[in-house]
Ligand binder design. Structure first.
Ligand code: HEC
Length: 309
């Protein structure tokens, strides 16, 4: 075979399939370099592109009262439901499965799936040691009423009293040495929770949620606020005041509510009050950097709107 020391391009053009014979070396080395590049940068490839969330401050974790559904707790005859019966135990078994087994386990061993990660383990009902409130019916009723909330045992105060007795009687089937209540202890229980009268459990929502709702409702109701916030939204930009309003107003409803209480204030007070906490009042924080002339323009712009409403 004849060996050419130069590439014969004319020959290549006539027989283009041969091109591949030459280019595959090129492709192979490119692929090789890409692979090597990837390997060299392996550490960066696995780096997190998105920065982890940093919580700003711990006020987000302040405890608030919990959400509670309202309930009507019908009256019961403690002398009856205080004693175990087959009907109550059967009912209690179902209720236990639905409400308690996730933590205390199907067989009351304290080994339910939700309990596994808890700092204080759910009680094992087969063991008599270390009960906090006690093992009598009246003691356990208190536990269900108040919970041991700090340790993860929640309150079941929304369950009808009879259901709670039923659950307690079922729990007491896990061992045969549960102590009995004297009749005076059952009487005390009845008095303590007004069981023969029944009671009403008011619904409850967290304070922060309530404040938010009150704020929204009181603002939403006022025609003044609706009118003014619309006017701000429609600010014409042909004068300085309008243009500034357009630039620095973020939450027109909040601003309208603020303007209501700023109605009779002069320009100095207007500036002073807004500058204390512009963001809460609905402005951009940069509004504090306005010049005196600009403040005057903004003030007279809002005064005009105020007069119209
Ligand atoms: C979210 C998990 C959870 C659920 C659901 C739960 N418990 Fe508990 N329970 C616990 C934990 C944790 C303890 C241990 C608290 C402690 O020892 O301070 C406990 C303790 C108890 C105790 C022992 C109180 C004492 O005197 O020491 C009783 C009784 C009890 N629970 C009954 C119930 C019943 C009945 C239900 C269902 C209606 C129920 N629990 C549902 C977590 C739970």
């Amino acid at each position: 075979m004849q060996v050419n020391d130069e590439i014969d391009f004319i020959e290549l053009l006539k027989n283009p399939i041969r091109l591949f014979g030459l280019t595959y070396i090129y492709f192979l080395s490119v692929a090789g370099f890409l692979g090597a590049y990837y390997l060299w940068n392996m550490n960066d490839v696995s780096k997190n592109g998105i920065a982890p969330v940093v919580l700003k401050d711990s006020t987000q974790f302040v405890q608030d009262i919990s959400m509670q559904r309202g309930a009507l707790i019908p009256p019961v005859n403690v002398a009856e439901v205080g004693k175990s019966s087959k009907v109550l135990v059967d009912k209690g078994a179902n209720l236990f499965k639905a409400n308690c087994a996730s933590c205390h386990g199907d067989n009351g061993m304290g080994d339910g799936p939700s309990g596994a990660s808890m700092a204080v383990k759910p009680r094992n009902f087969h063991s008599a040691e270390g009960w906090k409130n006690g093992r009598k019916v009246s003691n356990m009723y208190k536990t269900l009423q108040d919970g041991i909330v700090q340790n993860g045992m929640q309150s079941f105060n929304y369950l009808p009293a009879e259901d709670r007795f039923a659950i307690i009687h079922f729990v007491r089937t896990f061992a045969n040495d549960f102590p009995l209540d004297s009749s005076s202890e059952l009487m005390d229980l009845e008095k303590a929770y007004n069981l023969s009268q029944g009671s009403q459990l008011p619904p409850r929502i967290p304070v922060r949620l309530a404040m938010l709702k009150i704020e929204q409702e009181s603002m939403g109701d006022s025609e003044y606020v609706i009118g003014v916030s619309k006017s701000i939204g429609a600010a014409k930009q042909d004068d300085l005041g309008g243009a500034l309003a357009h630039r620095f107003c973020v939450n027109n409803t909040k601003i309208a509510a603020a303007l209501y209480s700023l109605k009779d204030k002069n320009v100095d007070e207007f500036i002073r009050i807004i500058s204390i906490d512009p963001v809460t009042l609905g402005f951009k924080s940069e509004v504090t950097r306005l010049s005196r002339e600009e403040w005057n323009a903004l003030y007279s712009y809002f005064s005009k709107i105020n007069k119209k409403s």
